[in-house]
Write a protein that binds this ligand. Sequence first.
Ligand code: NAD
Length: 237
Amino acid sequence: MATDPRVTLISGGARGIGAAIAAHLAGRGERVVVADRDIAGIAAPVGVRLVRCDVADEAAVQSLLAEVTATERRLDGLVCNAGFMRRTPLAQLSLADWRSVLDAHLTSAFLLVRAAERLLRAARGSVVMMSSTRAHMSEPDTESYAAAKGGLLALSHALAISLGPDVRVNAISPGWINSRGETLTPADHAQHPVGRVGMVEDIARLAAFLLGPESGFVTGAEFVADGGMTRKMIYAP
Ligand SMILES: NC(=O)c1ccc[n+]([C@@H]2O[C@H](COP(=O)([O-])OP(=O)(O)OC[C@H]3O[C@@H](n4cnc5c(N)ncnc54)[C@H](O)[C@@H]3O)[C@@H](O)[C@H]2O)c1
């Protein structure tokens, strides 16, 4: 007897890294629900269902999980991937702007996991948090983003302890991923120890591993996927 396909919910999966994870999972026969606040003009691949949802909004997340429960009846994976970056000098960073970044990345992850806990426990599921190497290192004027990404790492290990052994929780910290199709120079590639800038598929394959049973002994861990950049010692000339 055929078993029902696994179901994964991905926040911020309408484009970029989240969309690549959705396409990768759907390509191996799994079902995916993408929750994104901006789905206008987005065509989802077969197996991926788009839902408009601001995952920083508590009521919207509750409605989302009620809909997933009613429609899919199971949830095996959750990828907390939504968010955006502000580059604002500290003196000009308003409290509202600070909170909007923390809410999109970090509070949304709390809201999603809390609302999905029952389904995830029932499925012995797996959660992936999309952090960043910016949780560990910074450019100027990125305080809200760095704080949100650092918070996601801490939230990951806290949840791994609270939800184990039913649910595993891990974090991916991507480095530079060309999620927007930028034009890249040879120097952009060459500065990476692996010789190239990252692709969305690099993160999709890692997320799929962490969501699936092959990573069954892994929880509370951070996986840095940055082409070696955070291991590179730089002495300015
Ligand atoms: N691209 C990189 O180099 C890189 C590096 C490290 C970490 N990341 C992280 O990976 C994730 C995906 O990055 P990306 O480059 O694909 O970004 P992206 O901007 O292409 O996609 C992010 C998606 O999140 C959605 N989103 C933002 N706020 C939302 C909210 N409140 N509710 C619902 N949807 C919301 C956006 O609409 C968008 O579709 C982000 O968390 C980002 O911080 C990216």
